[in-house]
Design a protein around this ligand. Structure first.
Ligand code: ADP
Ligand code: MG
Length: 243
């Protein structure tokens, strides 16, 4: 299997508070890896470290075998390979839907307006939002906003998509439409690293599930292993509380 992201001995401290401790995991090409765990266990910090929104305290990340912490490595180049979807959408509220999906392509990837528009429309179509191209984010439901945020990230043609609890800010009736889109992406073979509390999604879609608690990876395995045959007491206790 082709490794895309390898996290090695990653640690992260905020002051003296060690939030991530000796984290090791790999995301292979075409895989969906779901990260689960209680609030405060370090899941968001882990994603933020992976896309270098946070500075690592220790350890490193390899991108397709290349150590991105080396001085010679270009962080901006690395980030172009990653798409990120946040809990709170983070759309540009003064731009319409189409423009939200074009700005990054033009500014960061230096695509022409025509290329950017064509790519944006392709992905807005994929997430079922093509009929809303001239709407402003304020006119959309939470589920629609999140689908636009996904289309925006995809429009940059990333190699890996990172999701940080993309459905946890949504009203319950809108969770399904976003999970459906994510499932479609998984079926298209996209490489995805997904922090989620949607255990049904993790069970059904993940190739591997990583369970985190208090800054460490307690256990990782297939959905079958983690959900049906967890080995560690902490995993069992978490699942008992959650399922
Ligand atoms: P999760 O996403 O699993 O809920 P987080 O990664 O958000 O967990 O947080 C893990 C721990 O790191 C928490 O104790 C949180 O308070 C702390 N933390 C997160 N971000 C910061 C920050 N910028 N400064 C200080 N502490 C932080
Ligand atoms: Mg979080």
């Amino acid at each position: 299997m082709e490794k895309i992201i390898e996290v090695k001995h990653l640690s992260k401290k905020f002051g003296t508070h060690e939030v991530l401790k000796d984290i090791d995991f790999t995301v292979n090409k075409g895989e969906v890896v779901c990260v689960i765990g209680s609030s405060g266990s370090g899941k968001s910090t882990l994603l933020r470290c992976v896309n270098l929104l946070e500075k690592l305290t220790g350890g490193t990340i390899l991108y397709q075998g290349d150590d991105i912490m080396k001085d010679t490595h270009n962080v901006e180049e690395y980030r172009k390979h990653l798409g990120m979807v946040f809990q709170q959408f983070n759309l540009f509220n003064n731009h319409d839907v189409l423009s939200n999906c074009m700005v990054g392509q033009i500014k960061v990837l230096k695509r022409t307006k025509e290329e950017a528009e064509q790519t944006a429309l392709e992905y807005l179509n994929l997430v079922g939002m093509a009929q809303y191209i001239h709407a402003k984010p304020s006119q959309l439901s939470g589920g629609q906003k999140q689908r636009v945020a996904i289309a925006r990230a995809l429009s940059m043609n990333p190699d890996v998509m990172l999701f940080d609890e993309p459905t946890s800010a949504l009203d319950p009736e809108m969770v399904g439409e976003v999970l459906k889109v994510m499932k479609d992406l998984a079926n298209l073979g996209l490489t995805m690293l997904v922090v989620t509390h949607e255990m049904g999604f993790a069970k059904e879609v993940a190739n591997r599930v990583v369970f985190m608690d208090q800054g460490v990876i307690v256990e990782e395995g297939t959905p079958e292993e983690i959900f049906n045959h967890p080995k560690e007491e902490r995993t069992k206790a978490f699942l008992k509380r959650t399922l």
